[in-house]
Design a protein around this ligand. Structure first.
Ligand code: F6P
Ligand code: MN
Length: 358
């Protein structure tokens, strides 16, 4: 190792030095990093690896699985099921949690993950990622699904990997959010972005505007005001981005600020949002909070949501503190009926919002 460079394992030993189980949590995160390196190698091969394209099957969410979704899922399972560190794992790609096979020891953690976030982007060579969350499971018995349903406030570690031009691992164990870059020649993650801080102010927002007609009024109000730019109430121009990989949007926000929204909408009445609480919203929400940002449903702190289902969906609004506070305020004003003046031109017979705001 070059002098002065901090590897992931050195960093974890230092950060977790006062935790009772520092060794085991560090070892688990190093196992996760091993899977991330394998997924990075697969995604980087592109068409040459033979991994692109979709499979015939769909996952528990009804989404068509990509070959890389399944390969990334297997890489994580097999990197972490044998070491005696986890009591079980849950994945976006599995309906029920994965039990540790006979013959392997169970450990004190539950690992929950989205193996390949944004996987619609694999075939078009745009950044994708892996998101993971570590929860505690101290009981001697094998965990049941209910044992996984812990709020985000109970996470002991969380992170994501981004497979972009460079592969990076960004993680928190509750002492800030830190970024590591994969040095491919030596196969190590090196600390390159210690103590990331999200600027409190921003003029950049990310939302899928093709869903505009399904949004709630507070989200519509916020986006409309951003779009009005200098001439509107915000008095400045805003920029918009949409990559369709949550990890990539969040990475940009950690690097230079911004706000990301996949809010509650009326597109599908059975779904209160698009993103999954346990393995997308919670780990990302904690990383954002640890970097000084906010993560909300619009009406509640994301990490305080009590999970009822492993694959439950939740509205997500996160990023630069001042913007998230503003969007939360717009939700409060709407719920109190205090935002009508902002919609007066829209409150006519044919209004989209009439029914929802009534
Ligand atoms: O995992 C869900 C996800 O792929 C996110 O990574 C991304 O932000 C979002 O869905 C993209 O949604 P849409 O297809 O509406 O652009
Ligand atoms: Mn995802």
């Amino acid at each position: 190792m070059q002098p002065g460079r901090t590897t992931l394992s050195k960093f974890l030993i230092q950060q977790l030095s006062d935790a009772q189980d520092q060794g085991r949590l560090a070892a688990l995160l190093v196992d996760v990093a091993a899977a991330v390196k394998a997924i990075s190698a697969m995604t980087a091969k592109g068409a040459l690896g033979g991994f692109l394209g979709a499979l015939e099957q769909t996952n528990v969410q009804g989404e068509q699985q990509k070959k890389l979704d399944v390969l990334a899922h297997e890489a994580l399972i097999h990197a972490c099921d044998w070491g005696g560190l986890v009591a079980g794992m849950a994945s976006e790609e599995l309906a029920a949690p994965y039990g540790i096979p006979e013959g392997y020891d169970r450990g004190p953690y539950l690992l929950v993950f989205d193996p390949l976030d944004g996987s619609s982007n694999t075939d078009v060579n745009v950044s994708v990622g892996t998101i993971f969350s570590v929860l505690r499971h101290d009981a001697a018995q094998a965990p049941q699904t209910a044992d996984y349903l812990q709020p985000g406030t109970r996470q002991v570690a969380a992170g994501y990997a981004i497979y972009g031009p460079a592969t990076m691992l960004v993680l928190t164990v509750g002492k800030g959010t830190h970024g590591f870059t994969l040095d491919r020649e030596i196969g190590n993650f090196i600390l390159t972005h210690p103590d990331l801080r999200i600027p409190e102010q921003t003029s950049e927002f990310a939302i899928n505007t093709s869903n505009t007609r399904f949004w709630e009024p507070p989200v519509h109000r916020y986006v409309t005001e951003c779009q009005a730019g200098k001439a509107g109430v915000r008095g400045r121009d805003f920029n918009m981005r949409w990559i369709a990989s949550m990890v990539a949007e969040v990475h940009r926000i950690l690097m230079r600020g911004g706000v990301f929204m996949y809010p509650r909408d009326s597109k599908d009445a059975t779904r209160p949002g698009r993103l999954r609480l346990m393995y997308e919203a919670n780990p990302i929400g904690w990383l954002v909070e640890q970097a000084g940002g906010l993560a909300s449903t619009g009406r509640q702190r994301l990490l305080a949501v009590g999970p009822e289902d492993l694959h439950q969906r939740v509205p997500v609004i996160l990023g630069s503190r001042e913007e998230v506070e503003r969007i939360e305020r717009y939700h409060r004003e709407h719920d109190a009926g205090a935002d009508r003046p902002f919609y007066s031109p829209l409150f006519n017979e044919r209004s989209l919002f009439r029914a929802q705001a009534a």
